[in-house]
Design a protein around this ligand. Structure first.
Ligand code: 13P
Ligand code: SF4
Length: 303
């Protein structure tokens, strides 16, 4: 059943000159039709350089929007309605305009987990892989950082600048407690701990490494340890098992419902009917692209 779906998707992909970009948290069945699997910044880079006519984006809405901002002339499709990252909805354009009035000397760093209209009011974007490097690349001393307060707090530990955080959060990462990580460490004494920076600071402090999702993959490949506790959305463990089958990975229970809405039948339908296209206002795209392009120029170490 899956095999015939996969064959149909691959055939249509060729016929329509389409690519399928897939976030690490997607179900493993979606990996099977991916042209590229990665974290937010890798997916931005893949979207920026593709010469396909259609991009099918398997992830959440802000990721598909970023692909559209970087490719306004292409058709960008998201196979499922309602795959909205709740954190991206936590800061609105008007909130940001109020903050900018309050801190007129501050520069605005928007996490990519924001809507296009928020990016359009920002000076630069960042992802979990490069947030520290982006902030430290700026000449200003005061930084408005939206929407993730946990990521802002983590960045504050790595910079002398004054970070002005917004009170947004990821419901998946914010629920992970130090107790859960300590228990996993007790059960797997010789495991290294890889933590996503959307976690609370008291959880981050328990990690051996703080990593974006793809940085977890590169770190686990390079590190001599054989076992790893993965402190992020649990789907990441599926990617790690697939890529590094000879090491052991232990997940903390944490599920992003929005990331799991997608399925192979929906991807096929998306390609067949060319649904659901991402449509953005031209002026928003123009302004948001400046912030995304600036981010893509900042050097950061991937693993
Ligand atoms: P990454 O960029 O690390 O993949 O993170 C995206 C995300 O939404 C994490 O919750
Ligand atoms: Fe958004 Fe959190 Fe889901 Fe990532 S894991 S897409 S930040 S809700």
């Amino acid at each position: 059943m899956n095999l015939s779906l996969i064959n149909k998707i691959n055939k249509l992909k060729k016929e329509k000159n389409a690519v399928i970009l897939v976030h690490n948290y997607q179900r493993p069945e979606i990996y099977k039709v991916a042209d590229f699997i990665g974290d937010s910044i890798e997916l931005c880079r893949a979207a920026a350089k593709t010469d396909a006519d259609i991009i099918v984006f398997c992830g959440v809405d802000f990721m598909a929007e970023s692909a559209k901002i970087l490719n306004p002339e292409k058709k960008v499709l998201i196979p499922v309605r309602g795959a909205e990252c709740p954190m991206a909805e936590m800061v609105k354009k008007r909130d940001l305009l109020d903050l900018k009035k309050h801190y007129p000397n501050a520069t605005v760093v928007s996490y990519v987990n924001t809507r296009a209209e928020t990016k359009a009011e920002s000076d630069i974007c960042c992802t979990s892989a490069n947030a520290v490097e982006v902030v430290n690349s700026l000449p200003q001393k005061e930084i408005i950082f939206v929407p993730d307060e946990n990521l802002a707090n983590y960045v504050q530990t790595k910079t002398d600048k004054k970070i002005i955080p917004w009170k947004g959060f990821c419901y998946v990462h914010a629920k992970i407690t130090p107790g859960q990580v300590k228990e996993a460490k007790r059960l797997h004494l010789d495991a290294k701990v890889l933590v996503h920076p959307e976690c609370r600071l008291d959880v981050i402090e328990l990690g051996d490494y703080v990593c974006s999702t793809s940085q977890m993959l590169y770190r686990a490949r390079e590190d001599p340890a054989r076992k790893f506790i993965i402190v992020t959305e649990q789907g990441m463990v599926e990617r790690l098992k697939l890529e590094i089958p000879d090491k052991k990975f232990y997940a903390i229970v944490a599920t992003c419902v929005q990331m799991k809405k997608n399925s192979l039948p929906l991807v096929l339908k998306s390609l067949q009917k060319e649904i659901y296209p991402v449509n953005l206002d031209e002026e928003i795209v123009r302004k948001a692209r400046i912030a995304l392009d600036k981010m893509l120029k900042v050097f950061y170490k991937h693993d």
